[in-house]
Design a protein around this ligand. Structure first.
Ligand code: AHM
Ligand code: MG
Length: 338
């Protein structure tokens, strides 16, 4: 093996964050420390997911969470790992988790300047089958004089300073983006115990004939959604129909869409008029990743997803995200229907 085959100048997440910090003269290092704590949460959640079947972590915990879903044992563990990582960073004042009805306020750190929203293990209905799941996160900076309450998170996604997700698949993939910045992807090298920059400056392909939606809900869809999906399946004379891909784990479906292009949708429908996915820790952070990668994300009213303001921390929304041209088609069909 020639020397040139081995990279001895590896960009780890730690190095990446340090270099980012140097770019911002005013940076205090608080954000970097918060990201280090996040990184540990991802590593530890990844570790337990991979060992789940061996150490009796499959199945239900016997409770349901804030939004009424049955909690899996791993949902509980993932949530606890995430909370304790955020708390011990000393940089987080307010934390909203899908698994917690109320926002958690870390009063032991009254001067912490960040608020975080997370879904510790998204797609957990897939866990026992060993299908990819993920952690989604959104980070907000508290304004000067903020009281440190859940209201600090009831803001449009445009206020986020960073967001992203980790997918626990064949390997753990971390995707992170900062406000107005690029999207960068890291792969967890288990032997190093480090996230390595493997996908710098990710850009979503302009188009790809793949759609990702739970078609079992089509009975309940509104007309524009039916028309749009039908147009993919029954193209005009000579056109090729799209491929369908649906894992049922938002992080995995979104990650594939980010890499390959196409569209992921979970529209609001007659059964769930407000949609299924949660604004704060599912829709908004994903929307920021997609926009910063050159894609688009809108809700079921065709509003820019990042401008939607939740009224409550667990509010839901319909969502369409993906390649610009594909989301634009959705917007056009909706416009036509008025
Ligand atoms: P969860 O947060 O309870 O895991 O639910 C969110 C998941 C998403 O990952 C996924 O996109 C969606 O629910 C799948 O829902 P459905 O099974 O209705 O298709
Ligand atoms: Mg979830």
């Amino acid at each position: 093996v020639g020397k040139e085959a081995i990279n001895t100048d590896i960009v780890t997440l730690t190095r990446f964050l340090t270099e980012e910090q140097f770019k911002h003269k005013e940076a205090t290092g608080d954000f970097t420390l918060l990201c280090h704590a996040l990184q540990f949460a991802f590593k530890s959640i990844s570790y337990y997911i991979r060992r789940a079947t061996l150490i009796n972590l499959t199945g239900l915990a016997g409770a349901s969470n804030a939004t009424g879903d049955d909690q899996k044992k791993l949902d509980v563990i993932g949530n606890d790992l995430f909370i304790s990582a955020m708390k011990s960073s000393g940089r987080v004042r307010v934390l909203v988790s899908e698994e917690e009805e109320e926002a958690i306020i870390f009063n032991e750190y009254p001067n912490a300047r960040y608020a975080v929203a997370c879904d510790p293990i998204d797609g957990s209905s897939n866990l026992d089958a060993g299908v990819s799941v993920g952690t989604i996160f959104a980070i907000y900076k508290l304004p000067e004089g903020a009281q440190g309450t859940k209201e600090d998170l009831l803001k449009p996604g445009t206020e986020m300073v960073a967001s992203g997700f980790t997918m626990y698949g064949a390997s753990a993939q971390l995707v992170i983006t900062m406000k107005g910045g690029t999207v960068n992807g890291f792969t967890l090298d288990n032997s190093f115990g480090e996230f390595i920059l493997t996908h710098p400056d990710m850009k979503i392909p302009k188009k790809r004939a793949i759609y990702s939606v739970n078609e079992g809900n089509s009975l309940y869809w509104e007309e524009p959604v039916k028309e749009y999906v039908n147009s993919l399946k029954y193209p005009d004379e000579g056109g090729k129909p799209y491929s369908a891909r649906y894992i049922g784990s938002m992080v995995a479906d979104a990650y594939r869409t980010l890499l390959y292009g196409g569209i992921f949708a979970y529209p609001a429908d007659k059964k769930s008029p407000k949609g299924k996915l949660r604004i704060l820790y599912e829709c908004a952070p994903m929307a920021m990743v997609f926009e910063n990668a050159g894609g688009l994300a809108v809700d079921s009213h065709m509003r820019r997803m990042l401008e939607v303001v939740p009224q409550h921390i667990h509010d839901r929304s319909g969502i369409f995200l993906g390649s610009e041209g594909e989301v634009q088609k959705v917007i056009d069909v909706h416009k036509k229907h008025g």
